[in-house]
Ligand binder design. Structure first.
Ligand SMILES: *Cc1c(COP(=O)(O)O)cnc(C)c1O
Length: 356
C-alpha cells in the first residue's frame, strides 16, 4: 500500500467505487447501458451574472418542480442528481459507526456505496422470489430490539428488475416505522409510469421521502439535477447538510426550461414514444430463443435473462451496441439490462438477438 493509500480513511481504502456506465465505458454507436434518453433538446443560457453566487434553492426552479410534482414548494430540495440526495439523506440521518441503512437487493448500487463512504453500515432484506419488496421482513428489521436502521431505501420502478411498490403495504410500513426510520422511495423512472407515484402519501407521512431526477425521462443526465420530496421538516434538516450553493445557475436555468409548459410536453411526448418502443421490444423478445426470462418492465429499460449472457453480451459488443451486464450480480445470473432507445436502436438490438 502506498503512503497516500495508507493516509486515506480505512473505509475508503477498502471501498470498491461504483462502476457507473460511463466509467465502465464501451465501444459502439448504440448506447443502451445507462438508461439515458436517446434524444436531446436545446436550451437558452443567460451568462450575464456568472460572477454572482446562485440562490441556495432557485425559487423559479423549486416552484416549477413543486407544481409539476403536485407538492408544496417547502417540500422540495434540489440536489446534484438524485445520487446526491441519497448521500445527503445518509449524512443527515445516520450517525457514522452507529446507525445503518437498509436496502432490498438486487437494487440500485449507490445506496450502499454512499453509506459505506459515510461509515454507515448496510443491512439487507432481500427482495422476494418475484423481486417484490418483503414489507414484513423490512418492518421487523427496523423494529427489532436494538435496531439502528435509520433509512430504508426502496426503488420503484426498481433498477434493474422493474418491480413497483404496493401502496397499501407501503402505508402500513410507514405507520409501523414512524419515528424510527425514514422510508425512501426512489422514483428515478416514475415519469414512465406516473400512476404509480407515491407522492400523494407525503402529506400524511412525515417519514416518507421521494427522490426524483431529470436524468432519465427529462433527457438531462448531463446537468446532474435531482429532487428530494418530503415534508418541510425533513427538507429543513437536509438543508442544514447540503453544500452552501448546491445548484449552479446554468443548471437552474436549463432545468427551469425543462419544467416549463413546453418542456413538460416534450418530456411527455418522449415518454409516450419510449413506452411504445418498450412494448415493441418486449413483444419481440418474447419470441427469441436465447431468452429464458423477461422481467416486468415499467421504466425505460428491460431486464432479460439469457441462456448464455456472455455470448449475447459479446454479440452486442461486436455489433457496436453497448448494454449493461448484470450477470455477476447475485440472483441476476445471465441477466442483461437493455435501455429503451429509438425505434432504430431497438431494431438493431433485435437484429443482433435474432442472429444468434
Ligand atoms: C439513474 C438513477 C439514479 C441517479 O440519478 P441522477 O439524478 O442521475 O443522480 C438514482 N436512482 C436510480 C434508481 C437510478 O436508476
Amino acid at each position: 500500500m502506498s503512503d497516500i493509500q495508507k493516509l486515506a480513511r480505512k473505509t475508503v481504502q477498502a471501498l470498491t467505487p461504483y462502476l457507473s456506465a460511463r466509467r465502465i465505458g464501451g465501444k459502439g454507436n448504440v448506447w443502451l447501458n445507462a438508461n439515458e434518453a436517446p434524444d436531446c433538446n436545446e436550451y437558452q443560457l443567460d451568462c450575464h451574472q456568472l460572477n454572482r453566487y446562485p440562490e441556495f434553492q432557485p425559487p423559479e426552479l423549486i416552484n416549477a418542480y413543486a407544481d409539476y410534482a403536485s407538492v408544496n414548494n417547502t417540500q422540495v430540495l434540489c440536489t446534484r442528481g438524485a445520487d446526491e440526495s441519497i448521500e445527503i439523506l445518509i449524512r443527515t440521518f445516520c450517525e457514522p459507526g452507529d446507525d445503518s441503512i437498509l436496502i432490498c437487493p438486487p437494487t440500485y448500487g449507490m445506496y450502499s456505496i454512499s453509506a459505506e463512504t459515510c461509515g454507515v453500515e448496510v443491512r439487507e432484506v432481500a427482495l422476494q422470489a418475484n423481486f417484490d419488496v418483503d414489507y414484513l421482513a423490512v418492518e421487523q428489521a427496523v423494529n427489532a430490539p436494538n435496531s439502528n436502521i435509520k433509512i430504508v431505501f426502496l426503488c420503484a420502478p426498481n433498477n434493474p428488475t422493474g418491480n413497483m411498490l404496493d401502496t397499501q403495504k407501503l402505508i402500513a410500513l410507514l405507520k409501523a416505522t414512524q419515528g424510527k426510520a425514514l422510508i425512501v422511495a426512489d422514483e428515478a423512472y416514475i415519469e414512465f409510469c406516473p400512476e404509480f407515484s407515491q407522492v400523494n402519501l407525503i402529506a400524511q407521512h412525515e417519514n416518507l421521502v421521494i427522490t426524483r431526477t431529470l436524468s432519465k425521462a427529462f433527457a438531462l443526465a448531463s446537468i446532474r439535477c435531482g429532487f428530494t420530496l418530503a415534508q418541510a421538516s425533513v427538507i429543513e434538516m437536509l438543508s442544514k447538510v447540503i453544500a452552501p450553493y448546491p445548484v449552479p445557475a446554468p443548471i437552474a436555468q436549463i432545468a427551469t426550461q425543462a419544467l416549463s409548459t413546453s418542456g413538460l410536453s416534450i418530456m411527455l411526448e418522449r415518454v409516450k414514444i419510449l413506452n411504445n418502443n418498450r412494448r415493441l421490444l418486449q413483444n419481440e423478445l418474447a419470441n427469441i430463443d436465447c431468452i429464458t426470462e423477461i422481467f416486468p418492465a415499467t421504466g425505460n429499460y428491460v431486464l432479460a435473462r439469457f441462456k448464455d449472457s456472455a455470448q449475447v453480451f459479446s454479440a452486442f459488443a461486436n455489433d457496436g451496441i453497448v448494454m449493461r451486464d448484470f450477470a455477476n450480480k447475485p440472483r441476476l445470473e445471465n441477466c442483461i439490462r437493455i435501455t429503451i432507445g429509438t425505434e432504430a436502436e431497438m431494431q438493431a438490438t433485435l437484429t443482433t438477438l435474432k442472429s444468434l
